[in-house]
Design a binder for this molecule. Structure first.
Ligand code: SF4
Ligand code: SF4
Length: 384
């Protein structure tokens, strides 16, 4: 790293990244690189976790455990560091718990050591924990919640009990945040009636907390799955007190409860896509496995508000569009309906300010100017 970058990295260490405005955030990432940027703050997050006494109760509802899998993929700190080396108390996490059963090693599982239902009840009783929810919560049929039963009770019942005693709630993944694929429009959607913790799709009045009449501060970390950095950095920031709950939430979160630093409202995945040059020149792939822009293959990145293009995935190595898959806007509250049909070119929704993408491709010479002009206008309007 050259001296200028070193100085900038040094300045960064004294800044609270969660309170950076978008311009400063992008400048910071651009100046030192996404990996160094994260590295700077991960040291701080590791310290936060080392001193943590905050308990985490992590519940799984209707989901695929992809967000926990994603978390297990985290690099620094990884989950093993967090659990074994560091003093973070993930007191309850069904995927990571030791064996459970009616009998365990020949002993009746009637203690919290061997029976997760007893354990979670005891933890809830003690209170003083951050509740992490992964997965949507069934409200159907007819408000009973019986479309998702875990052990002897509905997940709705367990969530209600746990939410009431939590100091704060993190809804991890699009299912927990907004309902996700459980809420996809279908013949059974109304009957199953899955809810996110604080929203159903874009509608906050239909979140499960509202249904139950519970008021709790919530941070949404959407994504299908959520990025491990989004989860760990947010958890670390909460534990460290970088986010004062509830006072800071209104300024740090967007209208869908997402941390603006990871999901900037004026910034889409499209802006930093490695294929962006092809888009600007009007060069599009029409078959999979090419190198050009994936718009015609249904890429919805111009509608997806996340920093995937800056942060990258799998240890900063790649991301969906880089790997050849059109973005499906998995972080958006309306997902998946807002991105359907997934691999079909989206209708023009104003991204190109009324210009039809076909005209852009046909007028190849003017494409770059038109695309660049469209973005320039958006910048002037303050949308970027
Ligand atoms: S592949 Fe998607 S994100 Fe990348 S430039 Fe094309 S439309 Fe934008
Ligand atoms: S690139 Fe799009 S589909 Fe992929 S993780 Fe980011 S928002 Fe989701």
């Amino acid at each position: 790293m050259n001296t200028g970058k070193k100085n900038f990295a040094h300045t960064l260490e004294s800044m609270d990244f969660l309170k950076m405005d978008r311009r400063t955030f992008l400048k910071a990432v651009g100046a030192v690189g996404a990996t160094a940027f994260l590295g700077t703050y991960k040291t701080e997050i590791v310290s936060a976790l080392e001193f943590a006494e905050t308990k985490i109760v992590w519940l799984h509802g209707a989901e695929c455990t992809g967000c926990s899998e994603s978390l297990l993929n985290g690099g620094n700190p990884d989950i093993v560091q967090a659990i074994t080396k560091l003093n973070v108390n993930i007191a309850y996490h069904e995927t990571l718990l030791a064996q459970q059963g009616i009998f365990v090693d020949g002993r009746a599982a009637n203690t919290s050591e061997l029976n997760s239902e007893i354990l979670v009840d005891e933890l809830i009783e003690e209170g003083n924990y951050i509740l992490v929810v992964e997965g949507a919560i069934a409200n159907g049929p007819d408000g009973s919640g019986r479309y998702c039963i875990i052990g002897n009770r509905t997940f709705k019942e367990l969530f209600e009990k746990a939410a009431k005693n939590a100091s704060a709630i993190l809804a991890v993944g699009t299912c927990a945040a907004y309902g996700g694929i459980n809420c996809a429009a279908s013949a059974i959607e109304e009957i199953t009636d899955f809810r996110g913790v604080d929203f159903k799709k874009e509608d906050q009045s239909k979140g499960m907390l509202q249904e139950l009449g519970i008021s709790k501060p919530v941070i949404n970390i959407p994504g299908c799955p959520a990025h491990p950095d989004w989860i760990l950095l947010t958890l670390g920031a909460v534990i460290l007190g970088k986010i004062k709950i509830p006072d800071d939430l209104s300024s740090l979160l967007d209208k869908y409860g997402r941390p603006k630093v990871f999901f900037p409202s004026g910034h889409t995945v499209h802006e930093n896509c490695p294929r962006r040059g092809f888009y600007d020149r009007g060069e599009f792939d029409t078959d999979i496995s090419g190198d050009k822009c994936l718009w015609k293959l249904g890429c919805k990145a111009p509608y997806a508000h996340a920093d995937c293009g800056l942060r990258k995935w799998n240890g900063g190595n790649s991301m969906c569009t880089q790997a050849g898959s059109p973005c499906i806007a998995c972080v958006e509250p309306g997902f998946p309906d807002c991105a359907r049909p997934l691999y079909v070119e989206a209708e023009d929704k104003g991204v190109l300010l009324g210009a039809n993408i076909d005209n852009v491709s046909k007028a190849a010479v003017g494409a770059a100017a038109l695309a660049a002009g469209a973005h320039a206008v958006r910048r002037m309007k303050g949308d970027e």
